[in-house]
Design a protein around this ligand. Structure first.
Ligand code: ZN
Length: 160
């Protein structure tokens, strides 16, 4: 999955969670910014292509291991007060959405590692291919729909 698709997917995921939790607007917007920032580029699992080049497994190695955000979630739940934890949850959500995107899209290596940097699993959709391009073009519309739902609209328009 390309960086722009990762960012749009993270924003969508964050907005869905904020809507489900009924978070206030300031927190919803801030969480979306944090999740978007941790979903692509040097602050994401793809930091293994820049300043984390030395991490075992190379690209889609240890930084793409699903256990890392799972441990982050356990640590956040145990050690961070709930009123302050939302920002860390947003960061973990962005990171995890990146892993889900790479699980769905990507052939070399195929998916993400089940072990720390081996045993790859994934759907192997064409990264940068037609399906991903279509998703990328649809995401702004999906995000607008999500904002409408967040503001109290029904999930689907109904004819009365
Ligand atoms: Zn990646």
């Amino acid at each position: 999955m390309d960086g722009s698709t990762h960012r749009l997917f993270a924003a969508s995921t964050s907005l869905a969670v904020s809507t489900a939790l009924g978070q206030p607007a300031w927190q919803t917007v801030t969480a979306a910014v944090i999740a978007t920032a941790s979903s692509a580029g040097w602050t994401s699992p793809d930091a293994d292509q820049s300043w984390l080049w030395w991490v075992p497994g190379g690209h889609r190695g240890l930084t793409h291991w699903w256990v890392l955000p799972a441990l982050g979630a356990v640590a956040t739940a145990w050690f961070v007060p709930p009123e302050a934890a939302w920002a860390l949850w947003a960061l973990l959500l962005g990171w995890s959405s990146h892993l889900l995107g790479d699980f769905l899209f990507g052939e070399r290596p195929p998916g993400i590692p089940f072990g720390p940097w081996w045993g790859y699993v994934g759907i192997r959709l064409d990264s940068g291919g037609g399906l991903e391009r279509g998703l990328r073009w649809a995401m702004p519309g999906i995000l607008l729909w999500q904002v409408w739902v967040y503001h109290g609209g029904a999930p689907f328009p109904t004819v009365t």
